[in-house]
Design a protein around this ligand. Structure first.
Ligand SMILES: *Cc1c(COP(=O)(O)O)cnc(C)c1O
Length: 370
């Protein structure tokens, strides 16, 4: 009998755990007879804000929309430049471009998160950039004091992309945090969803208008908005079945990361983060770096052992075909981000992964020269 595959995410195992709570949330929503912007969304927004330690949350239809609507509510105008990272989900940049903003990319550290020294140099070299969109990539939060210092030095309006880092010390340095409930995220719903969080009530009120056709009162459209509402159904499921489990799920991710780090022997492939990140990161992913030119070999070797891998991300954003017709700027040649695009490999990590499966991955990674 062959071994079952080791997946990057295992939604079927998750279902066996959350099933009863999800079905109860569905029944409650059905019985309420109210499906858009009602008590479930309001209740989940309060619970999420409390979980995060921020005053307000506004549910929207996706992580992309959360970033885009937050940037608009924070005043972004067409032609405004936004400093951001070339190593992220494409949605980070797409939010800027969809508003007519101009992304400016600066390099990352060798670990893939935006390099704040490079960001500082870019802001000095290209005066007048007011918006900043950092990403807490792979689950690891950029240290809050360093972010605050950069924001204050340059008077930046900062929206933090927290799509991968929910449950960590993120989203408190800028004016707002944007997050995603896409199924693979640490707080993943049964479909699309997202939220913006902030201590700024005026900003959140603006986001609540913008997500609902820009309505300031019923049938009064004060501005051109979006249809970007979190459903009552998703809010109920998130609040009842998923959010109460997030802390435990994050702890489980940390013990899996710990097991990888303790069992690691092969220097030909190296974890991007060490033990110092164990308690800080939400371990959305377990990123590694292969030696140059060896990524494809590793993907094939793990695949033949039944182990799924991911690439986060295989290209820097300015190299994406869609960017050919879009104005943007790069500060420098982005060498660290480019190296990661060709060497980064993500290993399975999710709350339902067993230690036996982690050990199978470690065994397939083998020792040096194997
Ligand atoms: C997933 C993700 C997004 C987009 O979220 P969606 O809900 O898929 O729109 C944005 N930024 C980062 C870093 C992400 O990982």
């Amino acid at each position: 009998m062959g071994l079952s595959p080791v997946l990057l995410n295992d939604f079927q195992r998750q279902w066996t755990v959350v099933r009863d709570d999800v079905l109860r949330a569905v029944a409650r929503t059905g019985e309420s007879g109210w499906y858009i912007l009602g008590k479930q969304v309001a209740g989940f927004e309060r619970a999420l804000a409390e979980f995060w330690g921020l005053r307000f949350a506004a549910g929207v239809a996706s992580g992309l929309d959360a970033i885009e609507i937050a940037l608009r509510a924070a005043g972004l105008q067409p032609g405004d430049r936004v400093l951001t990272t070339p190593m992220s989900a494409f949605a980070t940049t797409m939010a800027i471009v969809r508003l007519g903003g101009i992304p400016v990319f600066c390099d990352t550290t060798p670990q893939g998160l935006i390099d704040l020294d490079e960001a500082d140099a870019a802001l000095r070299a290209m005066p007048g950039i007011r918006y900043f969109l950092p990403v807490h990539l792979y689950g690891l939060p950029i240290p809050r004091p360093s972010l605050r210092a950069l924001i204050e030095t340059h008077g930046l309006i900062c929206i933090e992309d927290c799509a991968q880092s929910i449950g960590t010390d993120c989203g408190h340095a800028g004016v707002a945090a944007a997050t995603s409930f896409y199924p693979t995220k640490n707080l993943g719903a049964f479909g699309d969803g997202g939220a913006v969080l902030s201590n700024d009530e005026t900003l959140i009120e603006s986001i609540r208008r913008l997500r609902d056709y820009g309505q300031s009162a019923k049938y009064v459209h004060a501005e051109i908005g979006w249809n970007s509402r979190l459903d009552e159904l998703h809010a109920a499921i998130l609040q009842e079945a998923l959010l109460p489990r997030l802390r435990d799920w994050t702890e489980r991710r940390r013990s899996i990361a710990n097991r990888y780090l303790e069992g690691w022997t092969n220097p030909d492939i190296t974890p991007l983060f060490s033990r110092e990140a164990l308690a800080e990161s939400a371990w959305h992913l377990f990123p590694t770096a292969t030696r140059p030119g060896e990524k494809a070999t590793w993907i094939a070797r793990l695949k033949s052992a039944g182990i799924a891998t991911g690439e986060h991300y295989p290209a820097v954003i300015p190299d994406q075909p869609a960017m050919a017709s879009v104005p943007f700027a790069c500060f420098g040649d982005l060498p660290n981000a480019r190296r990661l695009a060709s060497t980064q490999l993500s290993l399975p990590i999710h709350p339902f992964l067993s230690f036996e499966e982690v050990d199978r991955v470690l065994e397939s990674l083998g020792a040096h020269g194997n």
